[in-house]
Design a protein around this ligand. Structure first.
Ligand code: HEC
Ligand code: HEC
Length: 339
């Protein structure tokens, strides 16, 4: 390898002076256009460092003359969006169910706002779309524990169920097994009787003599809340036992377990956490999921004091049916509800 630089005769370009076995390396200069672009990018980079946030310095950075910040811009955008929506939320918060019924624009807003808030706050327990899971009721059917009118649903969302809210909806089915109020045999007998109350009978084929023994226990211990016919009582969130729709599962074992443990699901209170407009939107969304019931008319034409309800007359004795449990005590999450 020799090191003499000279002009290459064929291309007219300088060589680098490097040569291997007669092959010479040319020293072709960079094209002008390429060089100019290269210098231009360096110039742009320098201008960028001066104007924009660029160099890290310990825990901070050079902010640049423009003080540009994506975080600040997002905060401004979000605030602008909230301001733009605030009047709709306020309108929603002050609308009566009747107003809502006659205002398609407000309905559309409530539907969208409700759906998005449901995804943020409710989906973890009630499932995407409100389909529910064991212990967490399905909100898309027309079976309601506490009530399915817009007003009732909104009240449930506001105060929660067995929640920390002083106004919470509450009631407590005694843990008949754990508290040894019933023996395991009595629990089995009562479960057989519960199975006879509705269409579950054709699925689970109850043991008739056991169910006959269970009937008496049911009359003494259960009818007070669930009603003589098993229709349930919404004023205390006692589910219907005659519809073959089950909060904790409809197998013989699941029914027996509920009688043994009582449980008592907790639904958090949203008052204070969410603004009234959002809660109204959620109620509207849940009401529309499929099973919404009409609100009670403000002025009923005929005097109908209370709708017929199987368990209503016996409710006064509810407290004595659950002696060992303080209903105001917030219950813990039901255990073993996932099946
Ligand atoms: C921590 C879990 C949890 C979260 C989160 C939750 N819920 Fe619930 N919800 C429950 C449970 C448990 C029940 C049933 C309580 C019972 O056994 O009576 C319930 C009951 C309800 C009911 C009453 C249903 C009926 O049949 O009467 C409504 C309505 C409801 N939830 C709506 C919502 C909405 C809307 C949200 C979101 C803002 C929400 N829930 C968030 C656990 C939850
Ligand atoms: C103090 C009122 C009360 C009494 C008494 C009571 N229950 Fe309940 N029962 C409830 C409530 C409230 C629930 C809903 C529990 C929950 O939300 O976690 C329930 C739920 C149930 C369920 C589950 C229903 C489902 O959909 O999964 C069964 C089964 C049941 N009770 C049977 C009985 C039987 C049998 C007795 C008598 C031995 C009884 N209950 C006595 C209030 C009561």
């Amino acid at each position: 390898m020799s090191n003499d630089r000279h002009k290459d005769e064929v291309s007219g370009t300088d060589t680098t002076g490097h040569e291997w076995d007669g092959l010479k390396e040319l020293d072709t200069p960079l094209p002008r256009w390429w060089l100019y672009i290269f210098y231009a990018t360096i110039a742009v980079a320098v201008v960028y460092w001066v104007l924009m946030p660029a160099w890290p310095i310990g825990r901070t950075y050079t902010p640049g003359l423009l003080h540009y910040s994506d975080r600040h811009n997002v905060a401004v955008d979000v605030a602008a969006l909230q301001n733009a929506r605030a009047p709709m939320y306020a309108r929603l918060a002050h609308a009566t169910p009747a107003d809502l019924e006659h205002d398609p624009q407000l309905q559309q807003f409530a539907r969208a706002a409700g759906e998005s808030a449901f995804g943020d706050h409710c989906r973890t327990c009630h499932g995407a779309g409100g389909g529910g899971q064991a212990g967490y009721p399905n909100l898309t059917d027309d079976v309601w524990l506490w009530g399915g009118s817009l007003t009732e649903i909104e009240h449930t969302i506001n105060v929660g169920i067995r929640s920390e809210n002083p106004q919470t909806r509450t009631s407590m089915m005694p843990a008949f097994g754990r508290l040894q109020m019933l023996t395991p045999e009595q629990i089995s007998d009562t479960a057989e009787y519960v199975i006879t109350l509705g269409p579950a009978a054709s699925r689970l084929h109850p043991n008739v003599p056991a169910a006959q023994r269970g009937a008496a226990i049911y009359g003494q211990q259960c009818a007070v809340c669930h009603g003589v016919t098993g229709a349930g009582d919404r004023s205390i969130g006692a589910p219907s036992l005659s519809d073959d729709v089950w909060l904790y599962g409809g197998s013989r074992e699941a029914i027996r377990t509920q009688i043994e443990l009582g449980r008592g699901g907790v639904m958090p209170t949203w008052q204070g956490t969410l603004d009234p407009g959002t809660i109204r939107a959620l109620a509207f969304y849940v009401h529309e999921l499929g099973g919404g019931e009409p609100d009670a008319q403000p002025a009923p034409a005929a005097p109908t004091p209370t709708p017929p309800r199987a368990a209503a007359p016996a409710r006064a004795t509810t407290a004595s049916a659950a002696p060992a449990i303080d209903p105001s005590q917030p219950a813990t999450q039901p255990s073993g509800t996932t099946q």
